[in-house]
Design a binder for this molecule. Structure first.
Ligand SMILES: [Mg+2]
Length: 251
């Protein structure tokens, strides 16, 4: 079922990035918002009075190369949360553990064709889109390295396995953001395409909010959109409805 248009005075919007706002592309670094999509996100942020947040597995530093700075960013599945404008607060001990993890994975990634190691500020990921049969080997290598260092949770996504700080997940991130001034009192709406988004969808629904699944696959979300193009068309509809039903212009 297609989600209804949102009310920018009532709802708070939580959006995943890859596979939701942008198409999944062969290398994660190539994922960018087109100029018109970026403009749409800026317009939404303004119209929702700032109650828009991006929840991603990417680090905030990585998101900052791809997003307007006027949105909230929760990076590393919520391990880092950055308000509009600011970079993520630093966490030297966790960053050191993440560097250690990356160093341990480098020999494996270098020896595995089609596998790409992505160092993250708070963890690391192994991408195997170019070689799907490498999933098991990637998972084993990551689990072993993460176990040796400790403090990480390992999870699988679409053509990726990654380690993030234990306790960080998008559900906890959504709940934390939803309680902040600017979000509190609004009805949360989570839109995402992957397994890691399900925790945030559950968190939104637990707050009497709404969840929208992007693409195929099992989900707890009652609403669905086919792909990022449909997501953007729906967001456009929310903006258009907002213009129609918005408060009268000030005199
Ligand atoms: Mg995604």
């Amino acid at each position: 079922m297609r989600p209804p248009a949102l009310n920018p005075d009532v709802h708070a919007l939580f959006l995943d990035f890859d596979g939701t706002l942008t198409e999944i592309v062969p290398t994660p670094d190539a994922a960018r918002l087109t100029a018109s999509r970026r403009t749409r996100l800026e317009a939404l942020t303004a119209r929702f009075s700032g109650a828009v947040a991006i929840l991603s597995g990417r680090s905030v530093a990585d998101l900052d190369m791809r997003l307007p700075r006027d949105v909230w960013r929760a990076g590393g599945h919520g391990a880092e949360i950055a308000p509009p404008g600011d970079g993520a607060p630093s966490d030297p001990a966790a960053e050191e553990r993440a560097r250690d993890l990356t160093a341990r994975l480098e020999p494996f990634a270098a020896a595995a064709p089609g596998v790409m190691l992505e160092p993250k500020r708070m963890g690391a990921a192994l991408h195997f889109r170019a070689r799907p049969q490498a999933e098991r080997a990637c998972l084993d290598a990551l689990a072993e390295a993460a176990e040796a260092i400790g403090g990480f949770a390992v999870q699988t996504g679409k053509m990726v396995v990654e380690a993030r700080p234990e306790g960080a997940d998008k559900g906890a991130a959504l709940a934390r953001l939803a309680a902040l001034p600017g979000f509190a009192g609004r009805t949360p709406v989570m839109v995402g395409d992957d397994l890691t988004d399900e925790a945030a969808m559950a968190a939104a629904m637990a707050l009497n909010g709404m969840a929208v699944k992007v693409g195929a696959g099992e989900t707890a979300a009652p609403f669905r959109l086919a792909d990022p193009r449909e997501v953007h068309a729906w967001l456009d509809g929310c903006l258009a409805a907002a213009h129609r039903d918005g408060p009268p212009a000030a005199d």
